[in-house]
Design a binder for this molecule. Structure first.
Ligand code: ADP
Length: 244
């Protein structure tokens, strides 16, 4: 289980994460919802040190790391345990789909080329992209690029994948295929995930836990049924009426 406690972060005196805590049991999906500007992306970024929290801890199976004062060794350890899927895929344009998925395996995990290729092909298969392994990003649709981005995260075999609005940069007709892939790896591979998304119907279907954030606070959290169907807080209710 992954425990995140008391995460705080300010930018220039403005507190954007006020005291965020959540527990993500292994093999489960947590969806974070909330209006734009509520701190969702900032929160995800602090979890793998893409941004530095002012305070907070992340604990993987009893091993706690201070999100503010971690040693370089601890930062490497946390980055090894987490993988991030970004809004804009961020694939290397000069590498094929296969090359993109192999890259981290070879440079960070120090795998031999042949082993890296085998793992990468398996991950491309998991996202339904194995027949596109030789394609360059520019030859792929946004949805296909994002599926390669997901394969790249899977290849690192992290303890948790953090998805930062994985479909918000896509044309509407491409959203479904990416959500289907996320659903599949959650269900079949039991990958532990935190997903920031505005796709409420998807959240209802996939989330073991829903966290509603606003203004740097967790307003409400619980099962999808609790938060999305019977929300207690007025702010959650107002948000859901705007999006449904
Ligand atoms: P969300 O993902 O919920 O839309 P963000 O985490 O992107 O929210 O942003 C939360 C708040 O922090 C916003 O007010 C945003 O303007 C501010 N913010 C985010 N990143 C920075 C930064 N690098 N410098 C200053 N302010 C930032």
């Amino acid at each position: 289980m992954i425990k995140i406690e008391n995460v705080r972060k300010s930018f220039g005196g403005k507190e954007v994460l006020k005291n965020i805590s959540m527990t993500v049991p292994t093999g489960t999906v947590t969806v974070i919802l909330g209006p734009s500007g509520s701190g969702k992306t900032t929160f995800l970024r602090t979890l793998n040190f893409l941004g530095r929290a002012d305070s907070g801890t992340i604990t993987f199976n009893d091993n706690s790391v201070d999100l503010h004062n971690a040693s370089p060794k601890e930062i490497i350890q946390v980055r090894r345990s987490t993988a991030m899927v970004f809004q804009m895929y961020n694939l290397f344009s000069n590498m094929t789909a296969l090359g993109n998925v192999m890259e981290g395996l070879v440079t960070i995990r120090k795998k031999k080329k042949r082993e890296a290729r085998d793992i990468a092909m398996k991950c491309l298969y998991e996202v339904g992209m194995e027949t596109y392994s030789d394609y360059y990003p520019v030859q792929l649709s946004g949805g296909q690029q994002q599926r390669v981005g997901i394969a790249r995260a899977l290849a690192m075999n992290p303890q948790i994948i953090l998805f930062d609005e994985p479909t918000s940069a896509l044309d509407p007709e491409l959203v479904g295929e990416v959500l289907a892939v996320i659903r599949k790896i959650a269900r079949e591979l039991k990958v532990t995930m935190i997903i920031v998304t505005h796709e409420i119907a998807f959240a209802k279907e996939i989330a073991d836990q829903v966290v509603f954030m606003e203004g740097g606070n967790v307003i409400e959290k619980g099962t999808a049924e609790d938060v999305l169907i019977h929300p207690h807080e007025l702010r959650t209710q107002q948000f859901l009426t705007r999006y449904l």
